[in-house]
Design a protein. Sequence first.
Length: 311
Amino acid sequence: MTTWTDRTAAQPITLSGASGIDRAAHHRLDEAWLAAAWSHPTTRVFVVSGGQALVDDAPDGRTELVMTPSFEAPPTETHRYFLGTDDDGVRYFALQKDALPGRMDQSARPAGLREAGALLSPRDAGLLVHAVALENWQRLHRFCSRCGERTVIAAAGHIRRCPACGAEHYPRTDPAVIMLVTDDQDRALLGRQMHWPEGRFSTLAGFVEPGESIEQAVVREVAEEAGVTVGQVEYVASQPWPFPSSLMLGFMARATSSRIQVDGEEIHEARWFSRDELRAAFKSGEVLPPSGISIAARLIELWYGEPLPRA
């Protein structure tokens, strides 16, 4: 029997990982290896700042990360993060800066994952996700949560150590469930948050609470946000979402009730849509689809049977 996971495997989720990149975590504590990798002529590095990097729109329509040889960057950068190696042995690093560098030829532009994630190759998108996630964590966790002292960077950007009490702190990831709920008529439940533009509808989502399984989180979030009870829950795929540190766990869920009662706080409006109703709403402009970069769009597409229109 074909599952939802089988259906999504043929087309990777955007931002789901750097294709062809081995993170090579065993090298992160090897200072000699890292120094040799940094000085190698094939090593490439890019700058990340405020969740953005420089990208270049090539004449052939491709969008690429602007990367330079590592020897063009200062050799003593503190905020230097090792991201991994590719199948050809090229090593990749990111430098965290207060601002992005300028380009003499003016061909590059700053962009974040929301703008460029769907335009970049899987390799470049995955590298940028990794770098942005590390940057967000580094900026927000500079002090030891145990004793309050300032921590120092270790493991090529993947650990912060406290020199006072010896505690080690690792990048955090907040699990969040995101689900497309369908009923016994195979209609999809879509909701609209208070702060979204008029007409924007998407799947329901929420964070996993302490001591809760992800399946329990799906059931609870749907009940809290839309007043709908859920029975069967099936995992589909995941997506790193470093805004600032989430991991989106995608599900398809089957409702056991159809009466909607929104919470009025997170969800302002929720509706059941048949495929024909959603298609007509897209065409008329009554409903705007979710961002194409989000796993929400993929979950809806799996049910909808075709790509969603792009906003």
